[in-house]
Design a protein around this ligand. Sequence first.
Ligand code: DGJ
Length: 354
Amino acid sequence: MTRDTQGGFEVEAWGIMAKLLAFPMKPFLLLSCAAALASSFTAGCAEIIRPGEIWPDDRGRHIQAHGGGILEVGDVFYWFGEDRSTNNPRGVRCVSCYSSGNLADWTFRNQVLKLADSQETGRILERPKVFHNSKTGKFVMYMHIDGPMPGESGGYKLARVGVATCDTAAGDYKFLTSFRPLGNESRDIGQFIDDDGTAYLISEDRPNGFHIYKLSEDYLSVEKDVCLIREHLEGGAVVHYDGLYYVIGSHLSGWKANPNVYATAKSLAGPWSEFKNIAPPEQNTYGSQSTMLLKITGTKTDSVIFMGDIWKQHTLWDSRYLWMPLEIGGGQLRLPEPHGWAVDVKTGETHLEK
Ligand code: DGJ
């Protein structure tokens, strides 16, 4: 086994075999993995995703894609998020990108954005989300930009979105601009692409609530406020599943976990149902905060994956990920207790470990 360092701690770079042997699995999964291994190291064996653990990339380093989002292009998933490595240059905010074909094994692709602090870009860059515009061919990244107002020395008052673009998914993004969507404050953002391809930005606006904005045709600006839900929710995410929209978000408690909630509606414009907890409230979303709802449309079924962050406020680079397939349908949504699990991205099926 090789060793590597990242973000101030050491993790082991384990091989596929070591992973399979180290993890307790359902016997059938273990057998099928062993059979697959006998013929090939790649064929047919779903890797286990382990919520809350160090998640090593292809280099053996803990993935740095916090507060992130996933963009699916063809058979490839791209995971973008905040890179909180301690060796990033001082005063520079970084976004990293990883790619995967199975959602479990991730290859580091690039630090796609490195943004130096300035009056326009502030000192906070959080929750990057990337859209692909099929008309312009551009990859368009939105992010939360924050910091003091020009002329002030402290605070968290800019409350803007930043926009950066690139011609390829994992290339070097060029920062274009920052603004307040339709003049409204914007802190945590989320992304949603509807079944017809329309792109939406979800945004927390402290004075007013939770917006679902439609992006302009080129995705470079915000065109319309499709819905303002008068609830104060961060880490917002939306999914369309079996004819219903589900919106999810966390209450505002800084880095501390709280009971995340959901509501449903037949249309993005609402009316939205009352908000309910996604897990027993005393569990505080099992220590995590929502960042995205990822729908896997498979040949056999559709699954929705809750993507959350387990923040470690004082060692942000060591923050973990809580991804779990949701129990969802008929207007109900439940986050199961975290377990090891696997997904077959072709069929859409997920398997929980016992
Ligand atoms: C909660 C947000 O969801 C995070 O992205 C981050 O901004 C923390 N607040 C900072 O306290």
